[in-house]
Design a protein around this ligand. Structure first.
Ligand code: SF4
Ligand code: SF4
Length: 199
């Protein structure tokens, strides 16, 4: 769930048309036209991704006149399937997977099961961001993959691919690092306990 109370505003005199904002917007709400960035105010979720990355500080977040809440409700009939998908992607359903917006794995999994099949659609449905290479985009892609979906990368969009997790480490690598004190299987066992803990 995310309360959207802010909106991106561009200072057109300062904007140099570099398109950085366009590449990082999780909801594809800002586009450069005639070398100036234009915000789709209806779509903008005020996440601040563009503001933080604009190289010339041309974007400011302002208060919206019409604040609203984005929340993907998990209907009780979906709950088992949502939990199953989260755990298949190696997340506890209540785990926060985007710290900026405090979006939980279960909300993203529910959005995926309802047919949202790209990070941009999931961001618009849940409020989660997609611009961080450690959090948000990785969990979104892992949940999509666990649902059997491999989305195409949008052209020109800044999108980080998946990085390996503990579960992807092969036996040769595990053996090679075991003398150095790495205990990958023990780590997996602990994580599995957390992921499968009942609420
Ligand atoms: S990142 Fe800043 S300078 Fe670049 S297009 Fe967007 S608003 Fe303009
Ligand atoms: S990056 Fe975030 S704040 Fe900027 S236009 Fe897109 S949704 Fe709005």
């Amino acid at each position: 769930m995310r309360r959207v109370s802010l909106l991106a505003k561009v200072d057109l005199d300062t904007c140099i048309g570099c398109k950085t904002c366009e590449r990082v917007c999780p909801t594809l709400s800002i586009k450069v036209k005639d070398r100036k960035a234009v915000v789709d105010e209806q779509r903008c979720t005020g996440c601040g991704g563009c503001e933080q990355r604009c190289p010339v500080f041309a974007i400011k977040l302002v208060e919206r006149d019409d604040p609203y809440t984005i929340e993907f409700k998990i209907v009780p009939e979906m709950k088992d399937k949502v939990d199953e998908l989260c755990r298949k992607a190696k997340f506890h359903p209540e785990q926060i997977i985007c710290y900026c917006t405090e979006t939980r794995a279960e909300e993203v999994a529910a959005a995926v099961l309802a047919g949202n099949d790209t990070p941009e659609k999931i961001s618009a449905a849940t409020g989660i961001r997609t611009g961080c290479k450690i959090e948000c985009i990785q969990p979104i892609l892992r949940i999509l993959n666990a649902a059997g979906i491999t989305p195409e990368k949008p052209e020109g969009y800044q999108w980080y691919g998946l990085t390996p997790t503990l579960w992807d480490i092969n036996e040769d690598v595990k053996k090679r690092y075991s003398d150095g004190g790495f205990r990958f299987d023990d780590d997996i066992e602990v994580f599995e306990k957390v992921i499968n803990a009942k609420k």
